[in-house]
Design a protein around this ligand. Structure first.
Ligand SMILES: [Zn+2]
Ligand SMILES: [Zn+2]
Length: 205
């Protein structure tokens, strides 16, 4: 399959790599139909991380489930799914507390896994034709009927929208408040939008 591979600082290329395949019964394979380039990808692209050469980038992924491992119950072939940035098992002590970004089961030297990301395991990214999704029952957000029609909106659930929303959660934004967001990139804009969703009366970016 084709994939976008990190070849060194400021050097990426679309090359042929081995096809994504089921490695554990709890995996599914997703045919990627949308994937974003994240600001976090720039840390790796610009050579500011320990990212290994030859790895596929991409942690903001959406697509159709095309293959399902024998241990997967909830997710079916044909489902359109959005995958969160982090790879979590759903059952370790950290995942159970909601800290899925620090999953203890992740294939990583330190807690936490992510697709195509430096120092967060060996998971391949989704800037590729196909993506292996571990612990699929936990990680797949199965999208409703309008998934194809609103794909460009739903793909934002992989990272950008919840990242912006999380800022308003940490700031405990409440109805009627005035909110200032410093930085008007994609995450800042999502934080501003989230502040309105939480009832802010005035938002300044
Ligand atoms: Zn991202
Ligand atoms: Zn876990």
């Amino acid at each position: 399959m084709k994939a976008l591979v990190y070849e060194g600082p400021r050097d990426v290329a679309v090359v042929d790599v081995p096809d994504a395949r089921i490695e554990r019964p709890t995996d599914v394979i997703v045919k990627v139909t949308s994937t974003n380039i994240c600001g976090s990808d720039l840390h790796m692209y610009e050579g500011r991380t320990t990212m290994e050469t030859g790895r596929t980038l991409g942690h903001e992924n959406l697509g159709e489930v095309v293959e399902v491992g024998g241990g997967v119950d909830r997710v079916k072939a044909g489902d359109i799914v959005c995958l969160p940035f982090n790879v979590g098992c759903g059952f370790c002590a950290n995942c159970e507390r909601g800290f899925t970004g620090f999953c203890l089961s992740a294939d990583s030297d330190t807690p936490g896994g992510a697709y195509g990301f430096a120092a967060m395991g060996t998971y391949a990214g989704g800037q590729a034709e196909y993506l292996r999704v571990p612990w699929a029952d936990f990680n797949c957000l199965v999208l409703p009927e309008d998934a194809a029609e609103k794909e460009n909106d739903y793909v934002m659930l992989a990272d950008i929208f919840p990242t912006g929303y999380h800022a308003t959660e940490l700031a405990a934004v409440s109805p009627g408040e005035s909110v200032v967001v410093y930085g008007g990139g994609p995450v800042g804009l999502m934080a501003a939008y989230s502040a309105y969703l939480r009832g802010a009366s005035q938002v300044l970016v």
